[in-house]
Design a protein around this ligand. Structure first.
Ligand SMILES: *Cc1c(COP(=O)(O)O)cnc(C)c1O
Length: 458
């Protein structure tokens, strides 16, 4: 018999989290105008709002915090991080930034012009934002299978090669500054991209002499899926797979708040000295000198250590399998979730969970609120509230999917917490038919309303 996996770490320091009663939570969420972003964290028992910057650092990372070198230029912490980035990704040129979107800001200021098109696989919100802000267009070339939650496909983050070819045949080459490949694909639910797909995308990029850039926030989780699911990679180490994936591209942007295992940070890494030199100007303007780019020396040291730990198999197995464990438990109870389970989160399908609540009453938001009231668990709505209104008609834009995302922070919660979350959802699922009404919005910002909207219970 094969032995089960177990966390490859033990706990040295604990942080208390607060339990509360249903009555308290009913009062608090009402005071927060039924918006989970409005709750202070002490009113949350298990916080699954995001996996970004919410994980735990290791003892070795905390050790790096103590030996950080805060020199303005050329600090040893910077050199340590640059060396680690080269070792893990293979890219020679390196620019730190304060987080992932800052890396996008610097690199896209260098490469994207008005009227450009940037093909990729379901660009992340900030990536798309930084493209559209420059009056350019993001073209989504993800495979069609990604948009059906019930289709099982090993690599739902893959690019449809025909769609990508079509972009190159439709637009003049000088309008396509680069292709961006998001690994794993956050917007399609943390779904991985296969190495075969990376190779095919790379071949097209080379044919058209267009750089391939990786949006790499969860590159290590992506490598884990390649090892587990792709033929020929089962005996390779995660570090070998990571190195091979990046070898097919020309550069990367990174949100270190995910697979960097730190709470804040990011970077750009590149092969091209020319692009690097152009980008340094924007780093200095937006982020700081090129040897710290918005990061403390100590945080660069912790990130170097974090990158090393995040690309170890045992860590990744416990990380990805913890998410999968919660997902499988929910599937056993019959709770409708997006399949297959992604690397960093479980997505509940509110259209199937609470069809009894009218769509106009924000059923995914209603489900997210119920999960908080019943269990003190904070997830996030990824549905009509997030999709916001049509810019012209100002009417709601109803997306195909109404989801509640439960994102699992790295190395933070235990197996028992997963059991607790599953039990809360089972309880809600058992009484789902009693849910008849949702919410109305009583106040909302002109754009990005989900962060601050106020709701009233119907
Ligand atoms: C989080 C994320 C970003 C943006 O990074 P921040 O650190 O939040 O600024 C970009 N792309 C992907 C795929 C992400 O998940």
């Amino acid at each position: 018999m094969e032995l089960p996996y177990a966390e490859p770490y033990k706990i040295k320091m604990v942080e208390s989290i607060n339990r509360s009663t249903r009555e308290q939570r009913l009062k608090w969420i009402k005071e927060a105008n039924y918006n989970l972003f409005n709750l202070s964290s002490d009113k949350v028992f298990i916080d699954l709002l995001t996996d970004s910057g919410t994980g735990s650092m290791s003892d070795k990372q905390w050790g790096e915090i103590m030996v950080g070198d805060e020199s303005y230029a050329g600090s040893s912490s910077f050199l340590k991080l640059k060396k680690t980035v080269k070792k893990i990704t293979g890219f020679t040129y390196f620019l730190p930034t304060h987080q992932g979107r800052a890396a996008e800001n610097v690199l896209f200021s260098t490469l994207v012009k008005e009227g450009d098109v940037v093909p990729g696989n379901s660009h992340f919100d900030t990536t798309k934002g930084h493209i559209e802000f420059r009056k350019a267009t993001a073209i989504d070339c993800t495979i069609d299978e990604a948009f059906d939650t019930s289709i099982i496909h090993d690599f739902k983050g893959n690019v449809d090669i025909q769609k990508l070819k079509k972009v190159f045949e439709t637009y003049p080459l000088e309008k396509i500054p680069f292709v961006i490949l998001t690994i794993t694909c956050n917007s399609s639910g943390g779904q991985p991209v296969s190495i075969e797909n990376v190779r095919e995308v790379s071949k097209i990029c080379k044919k058209y002499k267009t750089p391939l850039i990786f949006d790499s926030a969860r590159f290590a989780e992506n490598a884990y899926f390649i090892k587990k699911r792709e033929k020929g990679y089962e005996n390779k180490t995660i570090k070998e797979i990571v190195k091979e994936v990046f070898s097919y591209g020309d550069g990367m942007t990174m949100s270190a708040k995910k697979d960097g295992l730190v709470n804040m940070g990011g970077f750009i890494a590149l092969n091209s000295e020319k692009i690097f030199k152009q980008a340094t100007v924007y780093t200095i303007m937006f982020e700081g000198f090129i040897t710290y780019g918005g990061m403390n020396g100590r945080d660069m040291g912790a990130l170097a250590q974090g990158l090393d730990e995040a690309t170890e198999f045992d860590y990744l197995e416990s990380r990805v399998e913890q998410v999968a464990y919660l997902g499988k438990k929910l599937v056993e109870y019959g709770v409708p979730v997006q399949q297959p389970i992604g690397g960093h989160a479980v997505f509940l399908d509110a259209n199937k969970f609470v069809p009894t609540i009218p769509r106009e009453e924000y059923r995914a938001q209603a489900l997210a609120i119920e999960i908080y009231v019943v269990g003190g668990i904070r997830g996030v709505e990824i549905g009509t509230v997030l999709a916001d209104r049509d810019p012209v008609t100002r009417e709601n834009r109803y997306p195909d999917l109404e989801l509640v995302r439960l994102a699992i922070p790295r190395r933070t919660y235990t197996h028992n917490h997963m059991e607790y979350i599953a039990a809360v959802l089972e309880k809600i699922y058992d009484t789902r038919k009693e849910a008849k009404s949702g919410f109305e919005i009583i106040d909302e910002a002109p754009i990005m309303r989900h962060f601050t909207a106020k709701f009233r219970k119907i």
